[in-house]
Design a protein around this ligand. Sequence first.
Ligand code: S3P
Length: 224
Amino acid sequence: MEEKKIKKKCCRKFKKKGNFCRKCPVSASRNQAQKSAPDNSSIDRKKDSVQMKFNNILLIGFMGVGKGKLARELAGRIDYFAIDTDDLVESFENRAIRNIFKEKGEAYFRNLEQKVADWLAHSVKNTIISTGGGFIGVDNLNDIGCVVYLQSDFNTISEKIMGSPQAKKKIKKRPLFQNRDKAEKIFKSRLPLYEAKANITINTAGKSTREIADELLNKLKSVI
Ligand code: S3P
């Protein structure tokens, strides 16, 4: 009753803004409540934007193609967490990948990747997973989630790694990218494997992470 009176009075007196006038106390408190309420509709929209048939999104592709960056871009946009297989291996072993290669060798590292793959397939859902370039060697890749292949040509990739201001760091952490020619051979030998495992392929050359994410989200909608 009191509220009605105040509203009526002040709405006659002051300019209206939408349903409420700007200056009366009733409107002020309502406007404030509207501002501070969490925007659930946008959170729901985010979650609903991709109705996944697959639980996880698994990003594969050669070293340096931008799998980790894309995983982080996607996470914010579809309300999933992002994890990385190299991070999982490193935390499990409590040492850097370059040290695992140096001290235990590549075969040991590949076994760890398989261990990670088994864990992901059984225990991880609704997650974006970026992978190391050789993770396609695990025997259950397609059981983990929707496999997205980030494709690029070798020159673009090597320029991204070697032409970066952080080239030294990027090369140092990648035992299989110590020599450009050797890396190119590995690249060529892996192409058919990436293609064979992919549910979705995205050509990434010349595109920003945001553009790749837009393209992937559209493609994901069409595979459901
Ligand atoms: C590897 C790629 C690396 C890392 C390891 C081996 C590979 O990950 O897993 O050095 O065999 O291609 P990135 O693809 O993130 O560089």
